[in-house]
Design a binder for this molecule. Structure first.
Ligand SMILES: Cc1cc2nc3c(=O)[nH]c(=O)nc-3n(C[C@H](O)[C@H](O)[C@H](O)COP(=O)(O)O)c2cc1C
Length: 191
């Protein structure tokens, strides 16, 4: 799949809006991701307003590109779907992301699969984007939830800033056979 091998993070964007049909395909790609027990615990908040993007850029030193990206997409998790223990945890007084601990908690993996699909579809559309880790940074998560009115069970797990790339990226082959183990860790082997 070409996009896997050509995608690279893009942090500088042209002053050009993303067409709604492209944005919809990017979102559709997210919904096709695999998820544990097919829970599909995701929800997405799409931010295009300059003031909103400025607010996000102010929440993390690593999110400054949100000022220039025409779209910031927040990949959120509904803990009521992603965490089977959520109600019990809530009853015990744990709320929001603090409640997200347990043996059947796969929502981080679920949302990560969705975010990767988003990045690949972005690349496939001729757009560029970058994954911004949001959870588990407590102050980032709290600031985002407060700014955009998220209820306590919706966790902003990751953000993706996207738009048209301002410059080309030059992917290099990163495959490292020394980090692949066959049968036993450290055993010599070939594919
Ligand atoms: C969980 C996660 C969190 C990340 N957070 C940030 C971030 O806050 N800011 C940023 O500029 N890039 C962020 N990145 C992008 C990485 O820096 C980037 O993927 C990495 O340097 C590899 O480069 P590539 O995406 O071009 O292959 C994040 C990536 C992941 C997977």
């Amino acid at each position: 799949m070409t996009a896997i091998f050509t995608r690279r993070s893009v942090r500088d964007f042209l002053d050009k809006p993303v067409e709604p049909e492209k944005l919809e395909r990017v979102l559709r790609a997210a919904f096709e991701a695999p998820s544990a027990h097919n829970r599909r615990p995701w929800e997405f908040l799409v931010l295009t307003d300059q003031k909103d993007r400025e607010a996000v850029a102010g929440m993390s030193p690593w999110a400054k590109m949100c000022l220039r990206a025409p779209v910031v997409l927040a990949a959120c998790v509904d803990l009521r779907k992603g965490d089977p223990d959520y109600e019990a945890s809530s009853a015990a007084g744990l709320v929001g992301a603090d409640a997200a601990a347990g043996e059947d908690i796969f929502w981080i993996q679920d949302i990560s699969a969705a975010v990767e699909n988003v990045l690949l579809q972005i690349a496939g559309e001729g757009l560029g984007g970058v994954w911004l880790g949001w959870y588990p940074g407590r102050s980032r998560v709290r600031a985002f939830m407060d700014a955009f009115g998220l209820p306590p069970y919706i966790v902003p797990a990751a953000l993706v800033a996207l738009g048209y790339p301002a410059k080309e990226t030059h992917p290099k082959d990163r495959f490292d056979p020394a980090k692949v183990h066959y049968g036993r860790y450290g055993a010599p082997g070939t594919a």
